[in-house]
Design a protein around this ligand. Structure first.
Ligand code: NAD
Ligand code: WQD
Length: 342
């Protein structure tokens, strides 16, 4: 089945394209390269050529914006798209606070345009990239899918609003088959060392920052607070290996068998890991202690956030199998092979 992957040149999209091809799907990618580059697609093709020789084909790629209706129509006319995975969008919490309109315009307009053209071409299967951010500040842990959707920042609100749009569409327009995957903290890289997380500028997220300290681009890890009510006082999160996350999309596609019923699943490990534990694990991967400094808390951070991953296991037959140690090992292989990104 041909699967349209929006944002498929990005961090999660590129890893998912590989797992889709390995699972026998035919990915078709649209990406405007606003946060990625052609290098990503070259590396994906190289990985497929060596690790998935049965795939054999190329990855049809369309450079453009998901808000371009004519381009979407061209893709649906040129390929027998059976379902869509929608990664394309802006994803920085901090940036969304300083540029809210850009986030609402990009994330929501692109989704509305995509849904409109999907319906016009009667392509009604969709897997949407949602986020644990839709839970807002956790009041109870682990987080379960039945908890209310809300947010504390424009980025998170775009995910809450898009999930509401998808749920309303499912309940009002017959035939939609939609699953949202709520990712917790994606980390790591492909075990080939050829693709990984390649943030522009100073990384907002912990793993890429630690990785850049390890390769000497940054002098030390700034630990945002050690006075949280957690075992070692530092923030606790649910870090999911990017390959496990990519495989969750294959599982979701295979279970797109619930027309007229909207579904959402937590994609996490169900285990909370602290900042200091991450630094320790990455230090072990590198083979030396990485320098860090305890500094003030980052505004907006919560102490702990981790998933109940039971529903995805029960209904999608998916659960995480890789560890944070695997993620640190694979991140280090990627970073040390590509000290300046691609
Ligand atoms: P990313 O920025 O690496 O990938 C997004 C891709 O979409 C990029 O290649 C970018 O060029 C492309 N893109 C953006 N806007 C576009 C548009 N209008 N038209 C076409 N292409 C466009 O981000 P990612 O980490 O791979 O995240 C993918 C999705 O997963 C996003 O929707 C994000 O909100 C969501 N998500 C990410 C995380 C995370 O921590 N990385 C966590 C939860 C959810
Ligand atoms: C993890 C932990 C920090 C950097 C974010 C978004 C979320 C989702 C995933 C899109 C926290 C600490 C971090 C650093 C640190 N993205 N930290 N020093 O904030 O859990 O989630 O990315 O959907 O929406 O909010 O991830 O990696 O930024 O932080 O001490 O240099 O590491 O305080 O405890 P976060 P993160």
């Amino acid at each position: 089945m041909d699967v349209l992957v929006t944002g498929g040149a990005g961090y999660i999209g590129s890893h998912t394209v590989i797992e889709l091809a390995a699972a026998g799907f035919t990915p078709v990618v649209i990406d405007n390269y606003s946060n990625s580059s052609p290098h990503a697609m070259e590396r994906v093709r190289k990985i497929l050529g060596s690790s998935v020789p049965s795939y054999g084909g190329d990855i049809p790629f369309y450079e453009g914006d998901v808000r371009d209706s004519a381009l979407l129509d061209q893709i649906f006319e040129e390929h027998n798209i059976g379902a869509v995975i929608h990664f394309a969008g802006l994803k920085s919490v901090g940036e969304s606070v300083s540029q809210p309109l850009s986030y609402y315009r990009t994330n929501i307009d692109s989704t509305l345009t995509l849904l409109d053209r999907m319906y016009a071409h009667r392509v009604l299967g969709l897997v949407f990239s949602s986020s644990a951010t839709v839970y807002g500040v956790p009041e109870q842990l682990p987080l379960t899918e039945s908890m209310p959707r809300r947010s504390t920042n424009p980025y998170g609100w775009t995910k809450v609003m898009i999930e509401q749009i998808l749920e309303d569409l499912t309940n009002t327009q017959e035939g939609w088959n939609i699953t949202s995957l709520r990712y917790f903290n994606p980390v790591g890289a492909h075990d080939s060392g050829l693709i990984g997380e390649n943030p522009r500028g100073i990384p907002n997220n912990l793993l890429p920052y630690v990785s850049q300290v390890a390769v000497g681009k940054r002098d030390r890890v700034m630990v945002f607070g050690d006075d949280y009510p957690t075992a070692d006082g530092t923030g606790v999160r649910d870090y999911i290996h990017i390959t496990d996350l990519a495989r969750a999309h294959v599982a979701a596609l295979r279970h797109l068998d619930h027309p007229d019923v909207y579904k959402a699943y937590n994609i996490g490990t169900g285990r909370g890991v602290s900042v200091l534990e991450i630094i320790k694990a990455f230090s072990a991967a590198v083979g030396r202690d990485l320098p860090y400094e305890i500094v003030a808390r980052r505004p907006g951070d919560v102490a702990s956030c981790y998933a109940s991953a039971d529903l995805a296991r029960e209904e999608l037959g998916w659960s995480a199998s890789l560890t944070v140690e695997d993620a640190c090992r694979d991140s280090w292989a990627w970073q040390s092979n590509n000290p300046d990104g691609f």
